[in-house]
Write a protein that binds this ligand. Structure first.
Ligand SMILES: [Fe+2]
Length: 298
């Protein structure tokens, strides 16, 4: 059998208020991946108001969940945030309110969650105050984006920034690096999906100036896989230029309407998470929990 070069787990959306035990973290810990990716909504801030003191308490509560804490203690992990780690629903650091609160919210994220990786993975975090970073896992380049700190509302400006100029330039540099001979697989990780949420305004594709360039640059990289969260379901999307794997709802419920009109049980607890087994010739994706599905990317 072909060797596994890297085993990477991923998960998002953990609501302490809904799920006090969060058993999926135990499954993740037992699976013992080389790396865990936390893809946002690691906590749920107050849904109506910006309040960093309250947010601080919510991190403490989430970190008091034994299964979560044990997984973070035992595993190497990289983490990003999404709207609920920052403020109210769909909050953005580049909004008027966001500009006032984002520095402290990011400091809380980095101090409570942060990241832990092996030194040999050559972590690229040029600025320790930033959430975005990258690491090399034996030929897999893992790029973690911060899709919230610099994000501006599109309603006010069709040319709004998603990542901000500095992070965008950094990302293009990382994608150029992925073209080097040492890489066989490129993961770009973000809280937001590429375009799973056309009605909710959170999809990256809405930032069309960025997205048009991203499609070309990421599509040229070796085996491009986008890894995301946010939507409270597990999904695999084929975008042409890349495959997107989504796992959301590690400790949450379905709270959003299904665009296909399919009915779902809003009250059912999800224990969703995903894992990638990276081989030289292919990547096996296992999405586990309520929405279990398996797929092979070549
Ligand atoms: Fe969520």
């Amino acid at each position: 059998m072909e060797a596994i070069l890297a085993h990477i787990a991923f998960a998002s959306c953990a609501k302490y208020q809904r799920r006090k035990t969060q058993p999926a973290w135990k499954s993740i810990d037992l699976a013992a991946p080389d790396l865990l990716l936390l893809l946002g909504d690691n906590v749920y801030a107050h849904s109506k108001k910006w309040d960093n003191l309250d947010l601080d308490q919510r991190y403490r509560k989430q970190l008091s969940v034994q299964n979560f804490r044990t997984a973070l203690n035992n595993l190497n992990y990289l983490a990003t945030w999404d709207d609920h780690d920052l403020g109210p629903d769909n909050s953005m650091g580049g909004s008027d309110d966001g500009l006032k609160h984002r520095e402290e919210a990011r400091r809380l994220f980095l101090s409570h969650i942060g990241r832990t990786v092996k030194p040999e993975w050559n972590l690229v975090d040029d600025d320790a105050d930033e959430i975005y970073c990258a690491a090399d896992l034996d030929g897999t380049l893992v790029i973690v984006l911060d899709g919230r700190f610099y994000r501006e509302p599109l309603q006010q400006n069709p040319n709004a920034e998603l990542l901000g100029p500095k992070q965008t330039a950094w990302l293009w540099g990382q994608l150029d690096r992925a073209l080097g001979d040492e890489f066989h697989t490129t993961l770009v990780c973000c809280g937001s999906t590429l375009n799973a949420n056309p009605d909710l305004g959170e999809s990256i594709s809405h930032y069309s100036a960025f997205y048009d360039q991203f499609k070309v640059r990421f599509g040229n990289c070796p085996r491009p896989i986008f890894v995301s969260g946010d939507i409270h379901r597990n999904r695999i999307y084929h975008h042409g230029f890349c495959t997107e794997v989504v796992s959301s709802g590690v400790a949450q419920r379905r709270t959003r309407g299904d665009l296909s009109g399919k009915l779902f049980n809003k009250k059912r607890n999800l224990n969703n998470w995903g894992e990638l087994f990276i081989h030289r010739s292919h990547v096996r994706v296992n999405l586990l929990g309520e929405d279990a599905v398996s797929h092979v990317i070549t």
